[in-house]
Ligand binder design. Structure first.
Ligand SMILES: [Zn+2]
Length: 263
């Protein structure tokens, strides 16, 4: 039998704990390390829907990207059923569902979130961008393309409902990528000579300054830019533990919808 502890160790072999940021909370966050696991559900986040899905499918473990509790957001001061977070944590514990979360360590590691994003966007020769934290990647397109064409390609490649973008009047050729909120890495992308940066959670002011800085910016959404890592986690765990049933959550998907005038 395979235990939660063994799966946690295998995931730390992929994404070492030391890579995680100091404010982060990674590893097994809930449940019994010695619990035997037959079925694993993989999801970017552990939402109430994902918890229900894990219980309905008889999964003993959820492997997720974002910590279910106690990192920069979601500090845990109490676990009460009358709060949304307490309700979720109690549901998981009462149903014997353990949780392993691999967050910034998975962003940074080779083969993690940002390599999965670079691969999804078909970047040629992807490599480190050189940002201080080692999060982002850069690479080139097989063929340079106009920003609107690239924006549509990003939607298709990531299954995004839409993207927000601001152009600097440059063709898209050398592209930096940072899954999730990597807006702080914009200067590193400019320094590396990238004409375009694909990330998420960008602000109005960041878009406003893009033209002056000379970089095309695309905000493709937090979920679409990080979700490609789920397939990586599934193939890694299946390879490490062939007897384990590892599936992706069917209930967790992008919640943000885009409405365009004229639709
Ligand atoms: Zn994220």
């Amino acid at each position: 039998m395979i235990t939660v502890r063994e799966i946690e160790q295998a995931l730390f072999d992929l994404a070492p704990k030391e890579l995680a940021m100091s404010w982060d909370n990674v590893g097994q966050l809930l449940g019994d390390p010695e619990l035997n696991v037959e079925k694993v559900l993989v999801s970017l986040d552990i939402t109430e829907d994902v918890a229900d899905e894990a219980i309905a499918r008889g999964c003993q473990l959820i492997v997720a990207h974002h910590p279910v509790m106690n990192c920069k957001w979601l500090p845990v001061q109490s676990v009460r059923s009358d709060t949304p977070q307490g309700h979720l944590l109690l549901k998981l514990l009462r149903n014997g569902v353990s949780a392993i979360c691999m967050h910034t360590n998975l962003d940074i590691t080779e083969g993690g979130v940002n390599d999965a994003l670079a691969e999804a966007l078909e970047l040629v020769d992807p490599g480190p961008l050189g940002d201080p934290e080692g999060l982002c990647r850069m690479g080139t397109l097989r063929q340079p393309m106009a920003l609107p064409d690239f924006a549509r390609f990003v939607c298709r490649a990531l299954g995004a409902n839409g993207v927000r973008c601001a152009g600097a009047g440059k063709l898209v050729s050398k592209v930096a990528v940072g899954g999730g909120a990597c807006g702080d890495c914009e200067d590193a992308a400019i320094q590396a000579g990238c004409d375009t940066f694909v990330t998420a959670d960008l602000t109005y002011h960041t878009f406003l300054e893009a033209k002056g800085k000379g970089i095309n910016l695309i905000d493709a959404g937090h979920f679409p830019t990080e979700d490609p890592v789920c397939a990586k986690l599934i193939s890694y765990l299946t390879e490490q533990f062939p007897e384990l049933s590892v599936t992706k959550s069917a209930s967790h998907r992008e919640v943000i919808q885009y409405y365009v005038e004229g639709d």
